[in-house]
Design a protein around this ligand. Structure first.
Ligand code: PMP
Length: 370
């Protein structure tokens, strides 16, 4: 059977391919999820949902209690006014991204994506019939997406700009003034911003600002995978203007009907319950970031200090060889080329693994690099 041209345009993620190579005593610095357990009160809420038979379809947009809680969170933490009717609970932020692009993009529309950036952006734009235009994020800018870099890439065909702060894979965080200017650009030129805020809470020395605070032309995407170590629950959400949400709802309805009822109850417990697990997790990530940064720099490797997420994106000579040599020593890394054409001189290391394992991994890498 001949597959469609559309799917043939995209490839399986280079990151997933690396995982197939993980051996018994390997240390995996390729992971894109917190190594922490999901907080127990969240697990209990899921168990309770099962015990109470909350195992059926929910309304398409998601249970109203959860959308209410998300609306309150967005108002308090992000200064976004989002009516619960303008929120869709999705199967992870991944689905939210798909909905946003499906609802927004016409054949041939250009979407500016951060490069290096999250692997799904390019693929999701192509699946929507769009053309992804990489915006090169430079080491000298701390890998931050700046209005100058974005303006250089805007053409009459540009329809949307994807922002991802804090960023996967670089850990960069956008400045408030840049977020504001980006919102102004969207308003002035009639463009949409798709803001992927999945790492908003995993942030160290800076503050997170949501563009939807400054403009209506924004689709905000977020989820529970990273902040609450809930990747397997597959739960996220999207909010935007009522008209666009109605369009996204059609896609959501036909693709998934609704997010898992059990996961929705768990997500509600995450928002309503104690938030201290986030601080504990972030403090530990900060300790590991400092370790990995110190060790890589002491090997003479140039690295931008990550301000958020749990990745570091150092510049490496012959990165493909480095990744292969690291693998022989039992350390799994992701080649930067998996994160876009401008990632090719880099590798991505995730510090979502224990402090001790990172120390051991750094000892092994030191042997290769010296
Ligand atoms: N956005 C970014 C930047 C990510 O790194 C990820 C997960 N790796 C996602 C979105 C998707 O997260 P999920 O679907 O688990 O909510």
């Amino acid at each position: 059977m001949e597959p469609s041209r559309r799917v043939k345009l995209i490839n399986l993620s280079g990151i997933r391919k690396m995982f197939e190579l993980v051996g018994e005593d390997s240390i995996n610095l390729g992971l894109g999820e917190p190594d922490f357990d999901t907080p127990y009160h969240i697990i209990e809420a899921a168990k309770k949902a099962l015990d109470e038979g909350f195992t059926h379809y929910t309304v398409n947009k998601g249970i109203i209690e959860l959308r209410d809680a998300i609306s309150t969170k967005l108002g308090k933490e992000n200064r976004i006014t989002a009516n619960p009717e303008s929120i869709i609970v999705t199967v992870g932020a991944s689905e939210a991204l798909h909905l946003a692009l499906q609802a927004l993009i016409n054949e041939g529309d250009e979407v500016l994506i951060p490069d290096p950036g999250f692997v799904s952006y390019d693929a999701s734009v192509k699946l929507a019939g769009g053309v992804s235009i990489p915006v090169r994020l430079k080491e000298e800018d701390g890998f931050r997406m700046t209005p100058e870099r974005v303006l250089e890439k805007i053409t009459p065909r540009t329809r949307a700009i994807i922002l991802n702060s804090p960023s996967n894979p670089t850990g960069s965080v956008m400045k408030k003034k840049d977020v504001k200017v980006m919102a102004e650009i969207a308003d002035d030129l009639g463009l949409a911003i798709i803001s992927d805020e999945i790492y908003e809470k995993i942030i160290y020395d800076e503050k997170h600002y949501s563009p939807a605070r400054f403009s209506e032309n924004v689709i905000t995407i977020n989820g529970f995978s990273k902040s609450y170590a809930m990747t397997g629950f597959r739960i996220g959400y999207v909010t935007s203007t009522p008209n666009l949400i109605e369009e996204m709802l059609k896609v959501h309805q036909y693709v998934t009907a609704c997010a898992s009822s059990i996961s929705q109850k768990a997500a509600l417990a995450a928002l309503e319950g104690p938030q201290d697990s986030i601080n504990i997790m972030v403090n530990e990530f900060r300790r590991r970031r400092d370790l990995i940064l110190r060790r890589l720099r002491s090997m003479g490797i140039s690295c931008v200090k990550p301000q958020g997420a749990f990745y570091i994106f150092p510049k490496i000579k012959y990165p493909e060889n480095f990744v292969a040599d690291a693998l022989k020593k039992g350390v799994v890394l992701v080649p930067g080329s998996a994160c876009g054409i401008y990632g090719q001189d880099h590798v991505r290391l995730s510090y979502a693994t224990s402090y001790e394992k990172i120390e051991e991994a750094m000892d092994r890498l030191e042997n290769i690099y010296s």
